[in-house]
Design a protein around this ligand. Structure first.
Ligand code: 9D3
Length: 247
């Protein structure tokens, strides 16, 4: 897959390749990640990429021409069918379904804005989709682009091992994870649940499912509603609620 990021801070975004999964994908040739800096496409001595908003008000607005030139340069070296996705608080909220859709594309161009906003005419003429990470305020689109890149690259064939790719289609997908424990068996008076030490793998699997369903129900009821539990899952959730005196 080919990715490009249009940003005035390419070095910031490129730190995603210094760690873990994304770096390995680039090393293995599964991913190419390139940058276009709007500043490179300025023509004035000050290399201006922002200006004051028409109509007044605080902050600055990302200018049309340098960003448009950078997007067009990105497009020129990308496979056809590679959309331009602008990271923006006005976008649709990113989730795993969007990550899966992007992972099927031949390429994708991310536009990360800085300042108070981007000239709306640029969004109308050059941007295919606007995408948000959720309802909180970042200082720009770069960290959002990095998060989306990480989530998409994990889904590319050959990036993760077989074990974890299988887990993505498992019985418990779409739910929060169960609790995890590692050695020692007891630390500061706190013991690992006995069942995890029992060696009974069928029982352990049921316990994990029960925990995942219970925690999802308590912390993220929206996830549980979206999932439409099957009979077995409903029974496990009932067991969890009874065990914890929540029914
Ligand atoms: C309400 C006035 N501004 C806040 C001081 C609006 C605003 C402008 C620009 C808020 C954030 C930003 C920069 N944010 C992004 O570029 C961004 C973002 C985000 O802030 N939250 C969640 N997802 C994203 S994706 C890109």
């Amino acid at each position: 897959m080919h990715m490009q990021v249009v940003t005035i801070f390419p070095d910031m975004v490129n730190t995603v390749v210094e760690y873990g999964v994304v770096g390995r994908a680039v090393e293995r040739g599964i991913l190419t990640l390139q940058y276009q800096d709007p500043r490179r496409y300025t023509t004035d001595v000050h290399r201006t990429v922002d200006d004051r908003p028409y109509g007044g008000g605080p902050g600055m607005v990302m200018k049309y021409e340098p960003a448009a030139a950078a997007i067009r340069a990105a497009r020129a070296s990308m496979p056809p069918g590679s959309p331009v996705v602008c990271l923006s608080p006005q976008g649709a909220v990113f989730d795993q379904a969007v990550a899966k859709r992007y992972a099927e594309l031949p390429g994708i161009i991310f536009l990360s804005g800085r300042y108070e906003g981007i000239d709306e005419r640029l969004i109308e003429s050059e941007v295919d989709e606007e995408l948000s990470l959720g309802d909180f305020v970042l200082s720009g689109g770069e960290i959002a682009a990095m998060a989306v890149i990480d989530a998409v690259v994990r889904l590319l064939p050959g990036v993760l091992g077989d074990e974890s790719s299988a887990a993505q289609d498992s019985f418990m997908s779409g739910l929060l994870d169960c609790p995890h424990f590692t050695r020692p068996e007891e630390v500061e008076g706190k013991r690992v649940p006995d069942i995890l030490l029992s060696g009974d793998h069928a029982k352990i699997e049921r316990w994990r499912c029960r925990q995942a369903l219970g925690r999802s129900y308590l912390r993220r009821p929206d996830l549980v509603r979206k999932l439409n539990l099957n009979v077995e899952q409903k029974q496990l959730l009932d067991e969890f609620l009874r065990e914890n005196d929540l029914e």
